[in-house]
Design a protein around this ligand. Sequence first.
Ligand code: HEM
Ligand code: HEM
Length: 182
Amino acid sequence: MSKIQPAVAYTPVAKFFHWGMALLWIVAWALGFTAAHGGKALNPDFVLTFLHKSVASTIVFLTVFRLFWRFGHSPPALPATMSPLTQLFAHFGHLLLYAVALIALPISGWLLSSFAGKPILLAGFIHLPLLTEPDKALVATARLVHNYTAWFCGLMVLGHILAALKHHFIDRDDILMRMKWR
Ligand code: HEM
Ligand code: HEM
């Protein structure tokens, strides 16, 4: 058991949003990657593409609720052991995670399926309206944007996880513990 005890912690609602959506996000990323690169053997009849879109589209809606909630609830202040510059960097990193990983990436996927004229079933059973008229000429560009954004976000999330581990094991502060589930 860790000896580090947080002086202040995220609220249960913040933890629920963070860990629930982190799980969905990582599963969606792995499904998208396997769907795109696994070939017919791993993605027969586009089953994984269907699953990818079903899981990933739930993130769009959860993000709306999370943002509404977040605007009314500030996170605990960062520890004074972090320099002002590091604190600024941490805030900017979180802002980028919200803006790119939780908003822009799902919307780019939604646009990709819209241009391709392919349905998206939220959580596997609710049809989402397509954002545009189908336009085959734009599918390749939309796919490129979605793929590059997905890779950028994958690296960003990896950096986020490594930063949390560095805080815990090297800096030995309470950053990870204040987001601890229980
Ligand atoms: C409404 C939301 C989304 C839709 C409709 C969507 C749709 C798609 C589609 C159609 C593909 C191509 C799959 C294939 O070629 O079989 C794809 C690829 C991918 N998506 Fe999404 N996506 C969405 C959100 C997301 C999110 C939130 C993530 C990350 C968590 C993500 C990560 C990926 C990755 C990693 C790939 C593979 C990229 C590559 O080719 O290397 N997508 N997505
Ligand atoms: C094993 C995976 C993960 C770990 C260990 C982790 C760890 C953490 C920790 C410790 C914090 C609190 C930082 C602080 O106190 O300032 C945090 C915040 C945050 N994380 Fe993660 N995280 C993970 C996955 C993810 C994923 C996949 C996403 C989304 C793509 C994400 C998005 C965020 C956001 C947006 C915040 C800021 C929350 C706020 O203050 O409103 N995290 N994470």
